[in-house]
Ligand binder design. Structure first.
Ligand code: DQA
Length: 151
């Protein structure tokens, strides 16, 4: 099952960026964390990672995911979550099952802009505030969602 973990702007240095908000684990830990949670079912999943600070590059990568029939996407669009109609437009048409993830609990943060998401209407669910485990839960949720649909 090909699953894309896609990260938007300022998510290239997770582990080092404001660890008091985003924690000190890096995204390199994700495959091992997935294996711990999913056991040998993790073998059925092939993860691809993509991070860009550029809106256009993120949209290009989503279009590529549509072309290569990626089964699911775990998306942390960073601040573009709250602002990018262009990224939302792309998610809306490619119709790849998507889980929105935020490392921090955006709803508990002071800037009210962070409480909004332009991505969420095109996602099957949203995970926020669970640190980088959110990505693992996102992949797990996609796995069950896609299997359920196939039955
Ligand atoms: C974030 C939350 C966003 O509001 C912020 O702009 C980020 C990271 C998170 O993972 O908690 O860059 O998406």
């Amino acid at each position: 099952l090909p699953i894309l973990i896609m990260n938007g702007p300022n998510l290239g240095f997770i582990g080092q960026r404001q660890p008091e908000i985003y924690g000190s684990r890096t995204l390199d830990d994700l495959p091992a964390m997935l294996a711990t949670v999913m056991g040998n079912r993790a073998d059925q999943i092939s993860l691809s990672f993509f991070q860009s600070n550029s809106q256009g590059a993120l949209i290009d990568r989503l279009e590529q995911a549509w072309q290569d029939k990626t089964a699911g996407i775990v998306l942390n669009a960073g601040a573009y979550t709250h602002t990018s109609l262009a990224l939302a437009d792309c998610l809306a048409w490619i119709k790849i099952p998507c889980i929105e993830v935020h490392i921090s609990n955006v709803h508990a943060r002071s800037n009210p802009l962070r409480h909004t998401s332009l991505m969420a209407p095109s996602c099957i669910g949203v995970i926020a505030g669970l640190g980088i485990m959110g990505y693992v839960y996102g992949v797990q949720a996609l796995f069950y969602h896609i299997h359920q649909r196939a039955q």
